[in-house]
Design a protein around this ligand. Sequence first.
Ligand code: GTS
Length: 219
Amino acid sequence: MMKIYDWYTGPYPARVRIALGELGLQSQVEFESIDLWKGEHKTPAFLEKNYSGTLPVLELEDGTLIAECTAITQYLDALGDKPLLTGTTPLEQGIIHMMNKRAEIEFLDAVSVYFHHSTEGLGPDVELYQNDEWGQRQRDKAVRGMRYFDGVLKQQPYVAGQTFTMADIAVIGGMIFAELVDLAVPEECEALLAWYAKVQERPSVQNRLALSAPNPVPA
Ligand code: GTS
């Protein structure tokens, strides 16, 4: 059985959990919790699994380790007969990859930097270097990213075009992280908010936390 190391409420882990749900692969993976709040992702043992010290990480049955949400999603999507999240034609694949990367750079990763640099983040034991000015700039960048994706979604139903793809999942990750840090979506971003209401109805999004949580669930 494949294994995923993650933390159940994390926005990046959410991306892979949603992908698993979309692909119907939930029963093919087991989860191992790595407690971000205790810094378990920065221990030497975990850094051997993922040099970057981040979650999630996918471990295959033969022990091969794949980190990075995009890489994990591409791997999982390629297991089926027909890719559902990463495109089938060269054009689709290129556009989806571009929009997925843009969702990370312009939105999700920027919210993450804001969290780690301008809030308490994961606490003083984990956040060994903080630069508030950098965090604030990334917060402003994330809000610009929201406005960009609002413009995209005024033109088309999904982030990379006419169908739901991993680029949508990356923007969902940004929305989840923005909620966690109380970074509000500007009210006028109506298309982004309407898209988010719509994609939140997907079972893959609704059921992501239930896939696994540490037992007992932390307070
Ligand atoms: N580029 C990585 C990816 O796409 O997988 C980023 C992963 C990432 O930043 N994951 C977060 C993490 O490990 C998990 S979460 O914030 O979504 O819960 N953060 C811990 C840290 O110390 O940066």
